[in-house]
Write a protein that binds this ligand. Structure first.
Ligand code: AMP
Ligand code: MG
Length: 362
């Protein structure tokens, strides 16, 4: 009995140890499972749309996350192949090549983007214009090709090109567009990047990635807050040639932020030292020449922010600030060449200046 009793006690003891062991294993498994689902930051950079793309998302599954990054870049590349002026057989390439010749069938999304651009052409009294191809070709700063040879056009050349920028020369019939003026061309450089950012962001959000951002060379869409719920701090670049520092940080939880500036794409005339950049003032035919160095727009979509940053830059400080202030849900940060920062009313508390040379003016 005693022996049996002893055996029983030992068994009971082993059972208790077994239980403890099983419990420990379960705990380890649980912890491993938990650490598996802790979101990790995935990042992919790629050269797209003439700029360095940078997409970052928090993902609990590296496999799913990487698949989503691949689809997002795939979408961006599709848009580039559709809307580039230089890629042969893109909608825009074919449209321009057939100016004055015949109507060209384009994809529904090219039609959509062109119509959006035309709406803003109206709203901005022609300040935002996708019809400036003739001028852009003349200046040679816009297209990103290896054989770009920027040159300063003559006054006469500019006046002549200005005769070929009238968007009333676009004729629409079903899904076809005809550029009636044989010397006119379309350029979506001020809008396509924003559209591509939105589309890439849509893909990521629809696949369940709600923390991260899409950045195509300063056209940014924030998908949602960081996993701990805090906003992302987005850097606004110091708008000076040859610097690569941050002028200000701005907190953003979701939505878009886009910057246009005269330091982004330009050439310097070796004879005069003057700098010529890629944002054309349609009224003059010359690169916009006012006291602005950059305009940053915060808006719901990158498409809108892209259009508005280019527009406000051309409008200049006074008119631009008034124009952006009047748009609901849109904020602007205007930086002058004198290093003064002007903002619309509802964005200042989200900004922190990070370059001592820059100060608030309002
Ligand atoms: P962004 O970099 O978004 O400010 O847009 C500048 C690009 O848009 C240029 O590289 C041109 O392709 C095109 N662009 C230049 N001037 C204008 C303008 N006034 N309206 C619309 N697009 C423009
Ligand atoms: Mg733009």
């Amino acid at each position: 009995m005693d022996i049996e009793g002893e055996v029983f006690i030992i068994r009971k003891f082993i059972n208790y140890k077994e239980k403890l062991f099983i419990l420990l294993i379960a705990l380890v498994l649980l912890l491993t499972a938990c650490s598996d689902s802790t979101p990790e930051l995935l990042r992919e950079t790629k050269f797209v749309l003439g700029t360095l793309g940078n997409i970052q998302i928090y993902s609990s599954s590296p496999k799913k996350g990487n698949e989503a990054l691949t689809s997002a870049y795939g979408r961006i590349t599709d848009i580039e192949n559709t809307m580039s002026t230089t890629i042969e057989n893109s909608d825009i390439y074919r449209l321009n090549a057939n100016a004055g010749v015949e109507a060209v069938e384009v994809s529904p999304e090219t039609l959509k983007v062109i119509h959006k651009a035309l709406d803003y052409y109206e709203v901005t009294n022609g300040t935002f214009s996708i019809g400036l191809g003739a001028l852009l070709d003349l200046w040679g700063i816009s297209k990103v090709t290896a054989d770009d040879t920027p040159k300063i056009p003559t006054e006469a050349e500019i006046e002549e090109a200005k005769n070929h920028v009238d968007l009333r020369n676009l004729e629409f019939k079903d899904s076809k567009i005809f550029i009636k003026d044989p010397n006119m061309t379309i350029d979506l450089g001020g809008i396509a990047k924003g559209y591509a950012v939105d589309e890439a962001a849509n893909i990521l959000q629809n696949s369940g990635f709600n923390s991260g951002f899409v950045d195509l060379g300063g056209d940014i869409y924030v998908l949602g807050p960081k996993p701990d719920g805090t906003p992302w701090k987005i850097g606004i670049q110091t708008p000076e040639i040859g610097t690569n520092t941050v002028m200000a940080g701005i907190e953003l939880t979701e939505g878009s932020i886009v910057t246009s500036g005269d330091y982004q794409r330009y050439f310097i005339d070796p004879k005069t030292g003057r700098h010529y950049h890629h944002i054309i003032n349609p009224a003059t035919g010359y690169p916009t020449d006012n006291n602005l160095a950059s305009v940053t727009i915060v808006a719901k979509t990158a498409l809108e922010a892209d259009i508005l940053s280019t527009t406000a830059f051309v409008m200049g400080l006074e008119e631009g600030l008034k124009f952006i202030e009047a748009l609901p849900g849109v904020e602007g940060i205007f930086v002058t060449k004198e290093k003064l920062v002007y903002t619309t009313s509802d964005v200042k508390d989200k900004i922190s200046l990070m370059n001592e040379a820059y100060q608030y003016a309002n």
